[in-house]
Design a protein around this ligand. Sequence first.
Ligand code: SF4
Length: 64
Amino acid sequence: MNYAEIKTYDVANGPGIRLSLFVSGCPHRCPGCFNQQAWDFSYGKPFTNETINCIIKELSFPAY
Ligand code: SF4
C-alpha cells in the first residue's frame, strides 16, 4: 500500500485535532475530485512499519 500524505494536527478533516492518513488509490473517479493525483495506487510513498511507528509516536503527543 502507498500513501499520499500524512497530515499532523489536522483540524480540517473532522472535529477536533487529528492525524489524517491519505492512502493512495481510488477507482471511483468522482467528477470534481480534489485529489485526482492520488487515484493512482502507486502514487506517493510506501506505507511501511517505519511509517506506522512514526504515526504511533506522533499520536503519543498530548495535543491529540
Ligand atoms: S472524491 Fe476522489 S478520492 Fe474521494 S471517492 Fe471520489 S474519486 Fe475517490
